[in-house]
Write a protein that binds this ligand. Structure first.
Ligand code: CP
Ligand code: NVA
Length: 303
């Protein structure tokens, strides 16, 4: 494992190894056991979009591992004035041991990895959000002890979360059932991977998708970059809200996950969100542990 660019690049064994290490690091953190495994290393955090969780969990996670972290906003970097990512990659590789980037185009992340010489971590693109999905899988596994055989249901926009959940879920041996409105399906490359795999269903009917699910996941209807479509999307997604009524069709006691930020009254009802708040905030916490595991794996392998 050289980089974390998208879920598609990870094998099942790599996913499980990251989750196992994340569990261990979480245990050590809770018990006050110091794990400064990456003492003296530096990570640059490039943000071309807003963030609460990703920024704070990477900064604190790096600190707990003994690393220095640098918050690099595209407003301040020369990228914002047109310096090519290829040059940025070659320059930053000479100062840093690892780069995390949150941006729009997946190609930019792929280019950063191709032109640089240090591990690159995707902190969200329009196409994928692998750090989030690793935290989700960790949280689901904490609850059920296994992933294999569970049914994951995703309802809403076929966005970066949908793309990454489908791949991460299927690779982990889960059944994955997705409901999106027409025209908002997941990426074609993801569907090419998923179609035909046992347990994968793509439908326009949320009721069909949620039937007997062990975990129900949703995300904003208007991701960063498409906010101007908010009104059109509200209409397109009406009937796709995850709420108590729909949850009746999932397995009794099913989990709810949301990467956050959540828009109550839109993709999720206020009542359902609050009823599952503990699981959702555990998921947010697990970003920290999962990303620490990713940094350790990448920087130990790079040695
Ligand atoms: N879930 C997530 O990535 O949150 P932020 O946008 O706050 O980083
Ligand atoms: N799909 C959302 C996820 C935010 C963490 C977005 O890209 O804005």
């Amino acid at each position: 494992m050289k980089h974390l660019l998208k879920m598609m690049d990870l094998s099942k064994a790599e996913i499980i190894a990251i989750l196992d290490l994340a569990d261990q690091l979480k245990y050590e953190k809770k018990h006050g056991i110091s794990h400064r495994l990456l003492e003296g290393k530096s990570i640059g955090l490039i943000f071309q979009k807003s963030s609460t969780r990703t920024r704070v969990s990477f900064e604190t996670g790096a600190y707990q591992l003994g690393m220095q972290s640098l918050f690099l906003s595209s407003r301040d970097l020369q990228i914002g004035r047109g310096e090519p990512i290829q040059d940025t990659a070659r320059v930053l590789s000479r100062y840093l041991d690892c780069i995390m980037i949150r941006t729009f185009a997946q190609q930019e992340v792929e280019d950063l990895a191709a032109y640089g010489s240090v591990p690159v971590i995707n902190g969200l693109t329009d196409f994928s959000h692998p750090c989030q999905v690793l935290a989700d899988l960790m949280t689901i596994r904490e609850r059920y002890s296994v992933l294999e055989g569970l049914k994951m249901c995703y309802i809403g926009d076929g966005d970066n979360m949908a793309n990454s959940l489908i791949v991460g879920g299927l690779k982990s041996g889960m059944q994955v059932s997705v409901a999106t409105p027409k025209g908002y399906e997941p990426d074609e490359s993801v569907l090419a991977f998923a179609n035909g795999q046992e347990g994968f269903v793509l439908t326009q009917d949320p009721k069909e998708a949620i039937a007997d699910a062990d975990v129900v996941i949703t995300d904003t209807w208007a991701s960063m970059g498409v906010e101007s479509e908010k009104e059109i999307r509200q209409k397109a997604f009406s009937g796709y809200q995850v709420n108590h009524e729909l949850m009746q069709l999932a397995k009794a006691g099913a989990m709810v996950q949301h990467c956050l930020p959540a828009y109550r009254g839109q993709e999720i009802s206020e009542e359902l969100f609050e009823a599952h708040a503990d699981e959702i905030f555990e998921e947010a916490e697990n970003r920290l542990h999962a990303q620490k595991a990713v940094m350790v794996k990448l920087l130990q392998d790079a040695r």
